[in-house]
Design a protein around this ligand. Structure first.
Ligand code: ZN
Length: 67
């Protein structure tokens, strides 16, 4: 089954992981359900900048639909 492994060596795999980490940096769209404030952040566990609510909807920006 190793024929299906997409990476030829561990360094490539590491670069791939690093690429994902970089892509996620400050690319999380946050929407506060309490006050409606919207901003970009780098973590999922966030508090609203405006009203300090923890009721935040977080979406990775690269998961947005293309339309
Ligand atoms: Zn808020």
């Amino acid at each position: 089954m190793s024929d299906n492994f997409p990476f030829q060596n561990p360094e490539q795999l590491q670069q791939w992981h690093q690429g994902i980490k970089d892509a996620n940096r400050n690319n999380i769209f946050c929407h506060c359900r309490a006050c409606g404030y919207e901003w970009m952040d780098s973590a999922f566990d966030v508090t609203c900048i405006q009203c300090s609510s923890k009721d935040i909807k977080s979406i990775l920006s690269w998961q947005f639909p293309d339309d």
